[in-house]
Design a protein around this ligand. Sequence first.
Ligand code: PEP
Length: 257
Amino acid sequence: MNMSSRKRIVAANWKMNLTVGESELLATEMRSVLTTMPRHCEVVLAPSFPALERLVKAVAGLDSVQIAAQDCAPAIRGAHTGEVSSLVLSELGVQKVIIGHSERRINNKEDHLTLKKKVDVALETGLDIIFCCGETTQQRKEGIHMQIIEQQLKDSLLHLTDTQLASVAIAYEPVWAIGTGLTPTSEQIEEMHGYLRALLNRTSAKVGPTLSLLYGGSCNASNAASIFALENVDGGLIGGASLKADEFMRILNSLPQ
Ligand code: PEP
């Protein structure tokens, strides 16, 4: 499969770091780069829930920019106090949702079944998905990181039909690299992305080769170019380094043309 048929995606996960006003300001500061992104590149901004509606408006007319939610409920409607339905996200003009981030798996005890339900309802309500997977330090030390990642995908994602799977991008985010300043070596990243690509190709010979695989975990303006140049890396999911306009714009400009 020719590399150019896979979409390049760089997604900013702002987590709970910005107010609504700060989120809007950051999107506005980045507008000059966002207006000139080449068509095969997609930029995704994921602010916290209350900022979504204003961010959708802030990027209106920018074809290569999408707004993502950082999570959604595992059901579409019902007695789920405090949860946010993907139906409502869709209604606001949100196009994507991040599912399976390790902070939610760990802090909110989200298990494979919950994540599978989130995947299903997100797709049912018309959202695309960035599905996160990643191993802990201990799992890597034990040498079981490949099996862990494969199981995370099998448990929550690989039941999808080809058409559904086509709406998913996968972010490999080793837990030990998130927010720590530690990054795997290029060999380790490519090894995992190659493994994921082979798994996806076995799952669907038609859709597997077209899916975007992102790397996430202490990716910044200094290391993005070398990470994005790897054969099976199609972009990144960026946390801390997406909070400053100039650094995030440098990361966007690190995407191979
Ligand atoms: C993340 O939380 O998705 C992430 C990649 O964070 P950071 O870039 O800060 O490591």
